[in-house]
Design a protein around this ligand. Structure first.
Ligand code: IMP
Ligand code: MG
Length: 180
């Protein structure tokens, strides 16, 4: 892949993970989910906004009976996690007794997923797992078990493929990392 730089607001970003690699990881994740959730009719809950592209590409690679719904829950401002957990918005499906898989774009400190899992756990799902496109293991501040990870990355701020920097960059096909 030709290195390419994009400028979003006041920051420069270089190409980091190309679309082909992202899709390869997502294809493997889809195959694993197909195996693990055969006959379970899982309910995928994609966390907006960041996971929309990941969720779409993953769902195209899931062949078992399954459902998807989109929720909102964000605690991120600029490049620093605020640590505040907000409530789940837009969840109209009954979670009780369902096999739920949360679809996240990226797990950084883990505050967001931790808060989300606590709230979902209270609704008594049959099972509850997380599938994330990216994980920054060095940043995790919670003892979270993230069952499905497409790719682990170092502690760099990234954009593209659904991920944004203050609203920009979600449309980029590849993932870019900040030039430091
Ligand atoms: P956490 O609560 O610190 O784990 O942060 C999770 C949320 O912060 C993600 O769902 C993203 O929306 C956002 N986030 C974390 N790291 C990045 C990044 O490198 N680029 C863009 N958004 C990020
Ligand atoms: Mg997010």
């Amino acid at each position: 892949m030709e290195p390419r730089t994009v400028t979003l607001h006041d920051c420069d970003f270089d190409t980091y993970i190309c679309e082909e690699e992202i899709i390869a990881h997502i294809t493997m994740m889809g195959e694993q989910l197909d195996k693990d959730y055969a006959d379970k009719n899982p309910l995928f809950l994609a966390v907006l906004n960041g996971s929309f592209m990941f969720a779409a590409d993953l769902m195209k690679r899931i062949s078992i009976a399954s459902e998807i719904s989109f929720i909102r829950l964000s605690s991120y401002k600029d490049m620093q996690s605020t640590g505040t957990v907000k409530e789940i918005l837009g969840l109209s499906e009954e979670v009780k007794g369902r096999h739920v898989v949360v679809l996240e774009d990226i797990v950084d400190t883990g505050h967001t997923v931790h808060g989300l899992l606590q709230q979902l756990e209270a609704k008594e799902p049959a099972s509850l797992e997380v599938a994330t496109l990216l994980l920054k293991p060095d940043c995790l501040q919670h003892d979270l078990k993230i069952r499905y990870v497409a790719k682990s990355i170092p502690n760099d701020f990234v954009v593209g493929y659904g991920l944004d920097y203050n609203g920009l960059g979600r449309n980029l096909r590849d993932i870019y990392k900040i030039v430091s």
